[in-house]
Write a protein that binds this ligand. Structure first.
Ligand code: G6P
Length: 614
């Protein structure tokens, strides 16, 4: 949520900052801006409502020179999206500029105090308060920019990743973080910084992840210095990025979302690789093996997540209860963090997050940890905040996901949850060898089976044209596929703006059936599972009321396909893994309907991919 970029070095900063903003646009795209200090020492700030392209257009004829700069792409929290509220914000004297990702909870109090000291404000943002406070501290104490930022971070309450530059100090960027991510890239003759590594990787693979409470002093041509909030120098821990630039490009696809849907055979192969043995007899998840005792004595599992990751968590509950015989609850992280949960040291909390930065999920895991739970993370972005806050975990390794609507991360999360459930089940001896081998072998088949499902692309594209103008959609599924139905509905809602609800098929009778008519399509997941016959009855009930049904069925299906208006066949697979296949046609259906409607598929309105605010 909001992306920040900074650069200091020997090259012109502007193109690097703009390219960085494009990479971070998935974090928010309602306005963008850049601040640069040129050779003459002028601090030029350009900002514009709209996407990064609008900023580029605005800055076309302006002086965009300078080898130091900071930039921002915004997802509005305080103040509507506008030129004025766009970052960077600058201080009263126009001498200091700041970019910020996060929210400052006590901004109103500080603002009032600063108004009392004669400060006036141009924007409605909480961010402007920080930069004014920094200027005030410098004026009062005649201190350095670093000292003022240090002092300011002690006074502000909330979440922030900030980068600050000052006109009278053209050789320095000060950056700080608390609860919002910040990565610093180290080059031979430059430093860059960003909310994640994607803007950095094409310039350097050497990065430092700033820890909570740390402040970086980034001086031109000098070694990087990182200080704690106690003003003590921290040890610099340099990590090597494994990401490649091609992973950040569309690679010939019209949208990242379509690319990411089609990448799933490969991403799941990467996710499984080195973990499931060829004979299907072993699964190796080191985060579990190294903490064997915790999993052996666990009395309960609590899964916390948001959005798509929460849907993966619902599938995880079935998997863990089936194979490990441990009771599992699945909680919205945002609700869990403000509840007063009963937690013991025999609880395992699993935090699922693609970005590894979702503020609610991070807060939920910290609460559980403080009450004694063992915390296990399932994340995608390496080095992000959640994996660093957990006791152990397992990356899904599906590569950067750029489309705001999550696709390959969902299937990666479900795949990891299946491996976790089987591994723990084997440890606890609650899963038979036969079931273990059957499911593990099927897991290895998943990439090639998804390859098969993707061959349905053209058929789903055709089908999408029939339903593009529906105003409402119902998605039904049961058991393992009830969460898959919810996820299908979420995908459609997110990118096409069509209202869609996911429901357990049998619950339809208790409300949603009242909505059924020939204008409201229902997508029913009716694969050959243990309750197939019941789902078929649900399809009959919809047809009896004139509804139109798209059924997702198992290859060779006779009954459901003959009653439904349209049937999409997926290959046969163990029931517990079927959501990995049923979710793919639903991703494609949502994608094509959104494209038909001319929606901005990769950057749907009002959404952001990494939700670092509450
Ligand atoms: C946002 C994204 C969703 C994502 C959710 C949770 O709402 O738009 O795609 O599922 O956040 O994100 P996480 O990174 O924690 O999985």
């Amino acid at each position: 949520m909001c992306g920040i970029v900074g650069y200091i070095g020997s090259r012109n900063a502007y193109p690097i900052l703009i390219q960085g903003l494009h990479r971070l646009e998935y974090r928010g795209y309602d306005s963008a801006g850049v601040a640069l200090i040129n050779q003459s020492g002028d601090l030029n700030v350009y900002k514009s409502k709209g996407k990064v392209a609008a900023l580029e257009h605005y800055a076309e004829e302006k002086d965009t020179t300078g080898t130091i700069g900071i930039a921002h792409t915004r997802w509005a929290t305080h103040g509507e999206p506008s030129d004025i509220n766009a970052h960077p914000h600058y201080s009263q004297s126009d001498n200091i500029a700041i970019v910020h990702n996060g929210t400052i909870e006590n901004y109103a109090v500080i603002k009032q105090a600063l108004i009392g000291h004669g400060y006036t404000f141009r924007s409605d943002t909480d961010t402007e308060v920080i930069v004014q406070l920094i200027e005030y501290i410098i004026a009062q104490n005649a201190c350095s920019l670093y000292e003022a930022v240090l002092q300011a971070t002690k006074e502000i309450v909330g979440a922030y990743a900030i980068a600050v530059i000052a006109k009278d100090n053209p050789d320095q960027i000060i950056a700080a973080r608390r609860s919002s991510p910040l990565v610093i890239g180290i080059g031979n003759d430059f430093y860059c910084l960003a909310s994640d590594a994607t803007p950095i990787v094409e310039y350097t693979k050497k990065v430092v992840y700033l820890e909570d409470g740390e402040i970086a002093i980034i001086n031109r041509n000098e070694p990087l210095k990182i200080m704690t909030e106690q003003n003590v120098e921290s040890k610099i821990n340099i990590c090597k990025l494994r990401m490649s630039i091609s992973e950040l490009e569309k690679g010939g696809y019209p949208h990242f979302m379509l690319k990411e849907i089609f990448e799933q055979p490969k991403t799941l192969l990467d996710c499984l690789s080195g973990r499931v043995s060829i004979d299907g007899k072993n699964i190796s998840i080191s985060g579990i093996i190294d903490n064997k005792d915790k999993f052996l004595r666990a009395e309960r599992v609590i899964i916390v997540a948001c959005g798509t990751s929460w849907h993966a968590g619902l599938i995880g509950k079935h998997l863990i209860e089936d194979f490990c015989r441990i009771p599992v609850t699945v909680e919205y992280a945002s609700e869990f963090r403000y509840s007063n949960p009963v937690i013991t040291d025999r609880d395992i909390l699993i935090a699922i997050s693609q970005s590894g930065e979702t503020a609610d999920t991070l807060a939920a895991l910290e609460l559980a940890k403080s009450r004694g739970a063992f915390v296990f993370g399932i994340c995608n972005v390496i080095g992000s905040s959640i994996p660093r806050a957990t006791d152990s975990g397992c990356y899904i390794h599906v590569g950067p996901e750029i489309g705001v609507a999550s696709t390959k991360a969902f299937t990666g999360q479900v795949t990891v949850l299946a491996m976790v459930a089987l591994t723990v089940g084997q440890l606890r001896e609650t899963v038979s060898n036969q079931t273990f081998e059957q499911v593990a072998t099927d897991l290895r088949r998943i990439p090639s089976l998804i390859e098969e499902v993707l061959k349905l692309n053209d058929r789903i594209h055709d089908l999408s044209k029939i339903f593009t103008y529906a105003h409402n959609f119902l998605y039904l599924g049961r058991g393992y596929n009830y969460p898959a139905a919810m996820e299908g509905a979420l995908k459609l809602k997110e990118i096409s703006y069509i209202h869609a609800e996911g429901y357990p098929a049998a619950e339809m009778k208790h409300g949603p059936i009242a909505l059924i008519d020939n204008e409201m399509p229902t997508v029913v997941i009716a694969t050959a599972d243990s309750i197939y016959d019941k789902t078929v009855s649900n399809i009959q009930q919809i047809k009896a009321r004139g509804g139109r049904v798209i059924a997702i069925v198992t290859a060779g299906d006779q009954v459901a396909s003959s009653i439904a208006d349209y049937a999409i066949e997926i290959p046969e697979i163990s029931e517990c893994l079927s959501p990995l296949l049923t979710s793919v046609p639903l991703q494609l259906l949502a994608y094509y309907i959104a494209v038909n409607k001319g929606r901005d598929v990769d950057q749907p309105r009002n959404l952001a991919k990494s939700v670092t605010v509450e």
